[in-house]
Each structure stands twice: as C-alpha cells, then as structure tokens.
Design a protein around this ligand. Structure first.
Ligand code: G6P
Ligand code: MN
Length: 422
C-alpha cells in the first residue's frame, strides 16, 4: 500500500508516523512518500520518519521528494496537510482582523477566509495532479479550512474526505473521564468543521453526557475552553472553536495583547526540526503535544484504514466523524454543503449517519456559517475583492459593512503574493 503525504515536511508528520507505526496491522503501508517543496524541512522530517519506523521494524520504504507528480503516482491514498504561506501568513490571519474588532483566528472568521483564499487554488491544483497520476487514490484533507477545502475538492469531482482531530480528541477525553476504552464512546458530534456540538456520548447504548455535565463540569469546561455555567445551561459540549462565537468580545480583548499563536507555533516548530535532525531521536517527541493536532494520527489511520478496506482490523471503527456532503443530513442545508458528522466509512466512501434534528440555537449558526462557506469558496475560486467582501458580510463574526469592506481590502493586500488573481 502506497501512502503519500503532501506537506510531508510538516512538523506534524512524526505524529502521523507514530500512528502508522502503532496501527500497522490496520494500515499495512509498504511505501510512505513525503512530498514537500521545502528541502530544509523535508530532510530532517524524512530522516526522523525513517528512524521512527526502523525502531519498530516497520517495513515501509520512505521516499522524500519535491516532485508532486512522482510522489503521488499510483498512491492508494494522499493526505493533504499543508499550510500555504506558513506561519507568517497565519500571523496575518490572527492579527489583521483585530484592527477591526474582529476575532483573529486561522480558521474562523476573517482569518479563516484569508486562509481559504490562499489554500483552495493550491489544493485544487494538487488534486488535479493526483487525478492524473493516481486516479483511484483517496484524498484525505487535513488542510484547513477543512470544510471549505473539502467542498472545493468534492465540487471538482475528486474522491475526497475531510478530516479534523477535534472529534477524536473529545472522544478520548470523555473516555478517560468515564474510564472506558475510547472505542466504546459514541459521540453525537454534529455541525460544520470547527463549528460542532457534542449532544450525546453513548456508552453501550446509554447516553452518559447528562451524567458528565452533572459530575464532571469543570473537566468538560476545560475540554471546550468555555465556562462551565454555559455548558450547564446548554446541556451539550460545544467544541472549543465555539468560544470564538459565544465569547467573541472577551477573546478579542485577550488577543489584542497576547502573543499570536503563529509565533508560538513557529518557535515550537524550530525546536521540533532540531530534534528531528538529531540522529539520536527516534520516537515522537513530547514537544509535539504542544501543537493542536492531538490524536490526529489515530483519526487519520482509522479513516485511511476504513477507506482502503483493511479487512476486519479490530481497531478500525466502522463509524467515524468526517467532513462529507450533507446529502440531507441537515434538511435545512443544500445537499452539496459539507458537514462534519459521524459517517460510516466504506471502501466506496463515507456515508453520513442520520443525525437527530439540530435545535434552532445550533441550526441557525450552522446555516449562517454554511452560507458563508459557499460564498468563501466562490471568492477563492473566482477571486475579486468584491466577492471577498460579500463572504465577510455573510460571516456572523464580521457581518457589518465597515469591517467587511476594510478587511476585504486589507486581507487581499496582505495575501497578494498567495492569490493567483490579485
Ligand atoms: C486543531 C485543529 C486543527 C488545527 C490545529 C492547530 O488540531 O483541529 O485543524 O490545525 O488545532 O494547531 P496549532 O498547534 O497549529 O495551533
Ligand atoms: Mn481541525
């Protein structure tokens, strides 16, 4: 089995490799190709990957290359985990919206739109290369903003599934609170990427969320980074990304004086690359835990194993949270919208499971943000500052004319080097 990782020079790669090594029975990879244009990252990450696999006697051949076409040729699956413009562009996403009183975040609000504008054309170009050289390959997209990027890939006719680690992370944390193995916890996770609520947590047929809300409120508050009182009021567990909505102004105040996340991550990345370059290191470094991608490897290996039809591997859950076409899951959204819900993953693709109707409080926001995503994708595909302005007007965290107008001009100017149309 050939697996190709585009953005393979990412400091996250050893996280994925750790999962490949641990779950080798579920995903028997014989060739792992890391594709990256940045040789300064690819060399240490590739060397680290080889050492990690050698340590456990994993038989996969590791190839590093800057040539995408050669790297993806005849792959069974391609993982996309890239960041157009690196942490420098992310820093702009996180700081520029603050000047208009809007939250600065790389996937939510105006920053998320800027990221979509930079990323969609690059990903579609890569997907064309994949379609030419590996027409049967599954594309697993971890590249943010995952909802918009997955929608772009599916609209263009690619075999793609979007992946995020938020659901598996919450599942792991809840399992630990309940002291049960994670695979027995079935989350009622629903919404859009980075806009989800867990409305139930079934263990052996019993919903344990009410009990958790009563007995472990501080722990749930810590997982969601939201006040316990709000969780108690809602009786659900929102993802931490809902903080950018429910606590928007408070977060903006904090962000005005805080160090941008991009700067922290850039520092962690420099240290990780040094660790990877050191031949003495052959295990996933603890410093990687400072990144947000906890359990990304498990989620990715589960999804790949289920898509590639690993026959009956016990550790592969049949139902996994993924980003898929709505196709009636939320009756108030168009079928072609992309939603993040539990889906049965088959070798023919993901089939979303039925979701109990979303309460108006959540359905309203999902509809609003889904409409924004459609307009954001239109702006990314067709370009133009006016389309960017329209998408910002459609976003509930911008919405007003003055910031939408200013941010459209400023974000386009700041990202000009990454926008094919600007
Ligand atoms: C979580 C999100 C990812 C995001 C990451 C950011 O894992 O699900 O979509 O990329 O956090 O982590 P970072 O360490 O870069 O801030
Ligand atoms: Mn994510």
């Amino acid at each position: 089995m050939k697996l190709t990782v585009v953005g393979g020079g990412s400091t996250y790669t050893p996280e994925l490799v750790d999962g490949l090594a641990r779950m080798r029975a579920a995903l028997p990879v014989t060739e792992l190709v890391l594709v990256d244009p940045d040789e300064d990252r690819l060399a240490p990450v590739g060397a680290m990957t080889r050492r990690m696999l050698a340590r456990v006697g994993h038989p996969a051949r590791v190839v590093t290359t800057g040539d995408t076409a050669a790297g993806v040729a005849d792959a069974d699956a391609v993982v996309l985990q890239l960041r157009v413009g690196g942490q420098a562009a992310r820093r702009v996403d996180e700081t520029l919206p603050l000047l208009c009183g809007c939250v600065g975040q790389e996937t939510t609000g105006a920053g998320g739109l800027a990221k979509a504008l930079r990323t969609v054309p690059v990903v579609l170009d890569l997907a064309d290369t994949i379609a030419r050289h590996a027409p049967d390959a599954w594309i697993v997209d971890f590249t943010n903003p995952v909802g918009i990027v997955t929608r772009a890939l599916l609209d263009a006719g690619h075999r793609a599934v979007g992946l995020c680690n938020v659901a598996i992370h919450v599942q792991r944390r809840i399992a630990a609170l309940l002291d049960v193995p994670p695979h027995r916890v079935e989350l009622g996770h629903a919404g859009l990427n980075h806009l989800t609520w867990v409305r139930s947590a079934h263990v052996d047929g019993t919903d344990r969320l009410p009990e958790l809300l009563d007995e472990h409120l501080p722990a749930l508050a810590e997982i969601s980074t939201l006040p316990g009182d709000l969780l108690h009021h809602l009786r659900v567990l929102p993802s931490s990304y809902l903080g950018y909505y429910y606590e928007h102004d408070r977060i903006v105040d904090r962000q005005r004086t805080a160090r941008p996340r991009a700067d922290h991550v850039a520092a962690v990345e420099r240290e990780l690359l040094e660790l990877y370059a050191d031949p003495a290191n052959d295990t996933r470094p603890e410093r990687l835990s400072e990144r947000g991608g906890a359990f990304y490897s498990e989620a990715a290996v589960h999804l790949l194993a289920a898509l590639l039809g690993a026959p009956g591997a016990v550790e592969v859950p049949a139902v996994q949270v993924a980003n898929v076409r709505n196709n009636g899951t939320f009756p108030f959204l168009p079928d072609h919208a992309v939603v993040e819900v539990p889906a049965r993953i088959t070798s023919k693709g993901p089939l979303p499971e039925p979701v109990p109707p979303l309460e108006p409080l959540y359905a309203g926001l999902v509809a609003h943000v889904s409409a924004y995503e459609e307009l954001a994708l239109d702006a990314a595909l067709r370009g133009g500052v006016e389309r960017v302005r329209t998408a910002l007007l459609a976003h509930p965290l911008v919405g007003q004319d003055d910031p939408a107008d200013r941010l459209a001009a400023d974000l386009v100017a700041a990202n000009r080097a990454h926008l094919p149309w600007a």
